[in-house]
Design a protein around this ligand. Structure first.
Ligand code: NAD
Length: 393
């Protein structure tokens, strides 16, 4: 295929940044052909900023049936990701969906099954997988550089948001519109990286504090404790109410530890496996020799453009996807399980998550929610890739 013709559904905050990047020729072999949004002002924006598109549609079905597309990029609110992906796959199109994969693993499993049946390329916008530090950390851990894993601690509290942010769209900060709070909106990247680097735990317990810092119906402050099959533990702390906040990931194993913070990956590696020293040494407080390896991030990650380019290359020439869409279910399982645990007073919840129990919880939350009047902030919701969407140290 010479060039991939793509349509974008949802040209708000994120979709408009994707649209501008593709339209401006930043992605080799990808042509923006159509856009779709239910809001007239967004289509007006598109007509002015992206002149000459084949179509500007107010209805997704119309965009799909008009033909002329090879692929669709989905950038609408999260609950719509699975149904919109399924419709595009059934129309014979390749799909790149925004994160999170959806709001419940049951509908995401249906989407994954449809994608596998279709044989089409199905990717997810996990742009933080392009960060060289996370990629190097994953590669090292998979190669056994830290030995057997003992603990992961991620403090990811630099997702600060104001009340005006939550008020900038009626779907934000609601169970009906978003299916959750900081775990569903900001943290899908971190939950994905957690499992991408360390694999999936077998159970977790969590506290998800609802509206601790904002007038919202969903959680904005979370503590998760998870456990792996080998007994290793993971602690994941996040919030949209702390400033300046922290982004620090520390993983320890029997051969040392790795820390990612402030744009630097530092390995502190033991010469001998700690498990051996522990049982063999006659010294009570042994000092073990270590050596440091430091990797400093030079410049920003390729981010959203990196994922768009990789998706395009996958469609054109079968390049393996950096972020296959079917992997989106894993990070979502962690947040679905955290909600279940929090609802049960912090009890342990096994993974894979009980989908029926989660569906019941979600519909109860949605039914209980009051439709609050939102004073829309009037923030301009279009433009280019913002620094705040890159890994922020
Ligand atoms: N990868 C990232 O770094 C990143 C960053 C921000 C947002 N996102 C994701 O992008 C998605 C959109 O977020 P946003 O911040 O752009 O929200 P937004 O509200 O600014 O934009 C969503 C757009 O979808 C449109 N829309 C809603 N329902 C529609 C429908 N049925 N048909 C067509 N258009 C419809 C809305 O009118 C709006 O313009 C979310 O799932 C979010 O998680 C990803």
């Amino acid at each position: 295929m010479n060039e991939v013709k793509i349509g974008i559904v949802g040209i708000g905050n994120m979709g408009s940044a994707h649209a501008a990047a593709i339209f401006d020729g930043k992605i080799n072999g990808l042509r923006l052909t159509a856009v779709c949004d239910i809001r007239k002002e967004r289509l007006d924006w598109a007509k002015e900023r992206l002149p000459g598109l084949k179509g500007c549609y107010a209805d997704y079905g119309e965009m799909l049936s008009a033909g002329g597309l090879d692929a669709v990029l989905i950038a609408v609110p999260h609950p719509l990701h699975p149904p919109f992906a399924i419709r595009a796959l059934r129309a014979g199109l390749h799909v790149l969906t925004e994160k999170p994969a959806g709001i419940d693993t049951a509908s995401v499993r249906q989407m994954n099954a449809e994608a596998e049946k279709s044989g089409k390329v199905f990717g997810i916008m996990y742009n933080q997988r392009t960060n060289p530090l996370f990629a190097a950390l994953r590669e090292g851990i998979q190669a056994g550089k830290l030995g057997e894993l003992k603990r992961m601690v991620w403090i990811i509290t630099n997702w600060y948001r104001s009340q005006a942010y939550y008020d900038s769209g009626s779907w934000r900060g609601t169970w009906k519109g978003e299916g959750g709070g900081v775990l569903l909106n900001q943290c899908p990247h971190n939950l994905d990286l957690w499992q991408w680097i360390c694999g999936m735990p077998v159970r977790l317990r969590a506290e998800c504090r609802i509206g601790r810092y904002h007038d919202i119906d969903v959680e904005d402050d979370v503590s998760i404790l998870a456990e792996y099959a080998n007994g290793a533990q993971a602690v994941f702390l996040t919030s949209t109410g702390e400033y300046p906040g922290t982004n620090r990931l520390e993983i320890s194993g029997s051969l040392g530890k790795a820390v990612v913070e402030n744009g630097t990956l530092t390995w502190t590696l033991l010469k001998e496996d700690e498990r051996k020293v522990r049982v063999e040494t006659k010294v009570g407080f042994p000092h073990m020799e270590t050596e440091k390896e430091v990797l400093v991030q030079e410049g920003p990650e390729s981010g959203h453009c990196g994922i768009l380019q990789n998706f395009t290359d996958a469609v054109r020439s079968g390049t393996p996807l950096l972020a296959p869409g079917i992997e989106g279910i894993r990070g979502l399982s962690l947040s679905n399980a955290a909600y279940l645990s929090a609802d049960r007073g912090g009890a342990w919840v096994e993974l894979p998550v009980d989908e029926e129990a989660f569906a019941a919880l979600l519909s109860r939350r949605q039914a209980e929610e009051t439709d609050r009047e939102k004073i829309l902030s009037g923030e301009v919701l279009s433009g280019t890739y913002s620094e705040r969407w890159k890994v922020s140290w």
